[in-house]
Design a protein around this ligand. Structure first.
Ligand SMILES: Cc1cc2nc3c(=O)[nH]c(=O)nc-3n(C[C@H](O)[C@H](O)[C@H](O)COP(=O)(O)OP(=O)(O)OC[C@H]3O[C@@H](n4cnc5c(N)ncnc54)[C@H](O)[C@@H]3O)c2cc1C
Length: 322
């Protein structure tokens, strides 16, 4: 996608155009299946409908207690990678902590011809602290969702209504899928014989809740550190700690900046957000983002917002009004 319509709470619309494709929409089923096929090609074994209920780390191995439909058994390994998404039982039991918050995510796929390009909706009736979205797919299908700290069902209902009167929101709401989204990293992403990657470690953009790109980055770093550990034949925390050092170098500031910005942003009223939209229209911010913006990296854009005189004025006014 190259273009997006950004809607303020009061309905002001800014169309943003990026010089080249900035965002790619993936079919998650095809994407995940392809990743699984790649793993199988490289010798992995995949066990479906299998849950790890506990992990215990010993001097010479890590043991996973596994539950399947057929029964329970233990698996022994040199090292274990926790990649369980927004499920934090294993990490907590090992003393690695949980993310600061879990945000509500909800999404449904609907049939509509009304949406030509990506739409993003800001305002309390859509989302508390984040935004709603409508992403056009192929064959007249559109993915509509909300990420919020408030009532996710109400947010999605209002987003569906904003898209068009013809949508039967109650029947669409019954098909919606809900899931938590991590906000902030866990306390520690490694210990003896353990590495935590992806959303399980809180590797999620704190601005948008996107986690696929950061997850792939952290997995790549983890795989290099694990290869090295096998080479030297030691899986102690000291060897594995390089993983955390390396991902922090790349993702640490981005995640922390997003957290600070969210703290501030989530206090703004709808009126203040409308003020920000008017200021953005007068300002050269959008052309700056079109020129320099990167979809996966938001820190520099946030700094630009804070430095821009019109936007800074609107932000401060909004903050003090609140
Ligand atoms: C509504 C919504 C919209 C989103 N939109 C986007 C988007 O547009 N772009 C983007 O980048 N991200 C998006 N995300 C976030 C994205 O889905 C996640 O960041 C990403 O899926 C995390 O990948 P992961 O591999 O770390 O975990 P997951 O994809 O959650 O995979 C974890 C897997 O581990 C399994 N598992 C969990 N516990 C156990 C256990 N104890 N034993 C065995 N298996 C276990 C789970 O069943 C699951 O299969 C969205 C999230 C939501 C909720």
């Amino acid at each position: 996608m190259k273009e997006a319509d950004l809607f303020s709470p009061g309905g002001c619309c800014i169309t943003y155009s990026h010089p080249e494709e900035a965002v790619f929409v993936v079919d998650r089923h095809i994407f995940d299946r392809k990743l699984a096929e790649n793993a199988l090609d490289r010798g992995a074994k995949i066990f479906l409908n299998t849950k790890i209920s506990s992990l215990s780390v010993e001097d010479k191995y890590v043991m996973a207690h596994i539950k399947t439909q057929e029964g329970e058994h233990n698996v022994f390994a040199d090292i274990c990678v926790i990649a369980t998404g927004a499920n934090y039982n294993l990490q907590s039991s090992l003393g690695l902590g949980r993310p600061k918050k879990i945000i509500k995510g909800i999404q449904v796929e609907i049939k509509t011809e009304d949406i030509e390009r990506l739409r993003l909706y800001w305002g309390r009736r859509f989302s508390n602290g984040f935004f709603g979205w409508a992403i056009p797919l192929m064959d007249g299908r559109t993915r509509v969702g909300v990420m919020t700290e408030g009532n996710a069902i109400d947010g999605l209902r209002n987003t569906l209504s904003a898209i068009g009167d013809s949508i039967d929101s109650s029947s669409e709401l019954s098909k919606a899928r809900r899931r938590g989204i991590a906000f902030g990293t866990i306390t520690r992403s490694y210990s003896d014989r353990i590495i935590v990657v992806g959303e399980a470690a809180g590797h999620i953009k704190t601005t948008t809740g996107g986690g696929i790109y950061y997850g792939l980055l952290s997995a790549e770093i983890a795989s290099k550190v694990i290869k090295k550990a096998f080479k030297v034949g030691t899986f102690e925390a000291k060897t594995i700690s390089k993983y955390e050092k390396q991902w922090k170098k790349i993702l640490g500031k981005e995640i922390a900046f997003g957290e600070y910005f969210h703290k501030f942003y989530s206090k703004l009223s709808d009126n203040s957000l409308d003020g920000l939209f008017s200021a953005a229209k007068q300002d050269a911010l959008l052309s700056y983002i079109a020129k320099n913006g990167k979809f996966d990296w938001h820190k520099d854009a946030i700094v630009k917002i804070i430095k821009s005189p019109n936007l800074r004025k609107a932000l401060w006014n909004g903050f003090f009004c609140y």
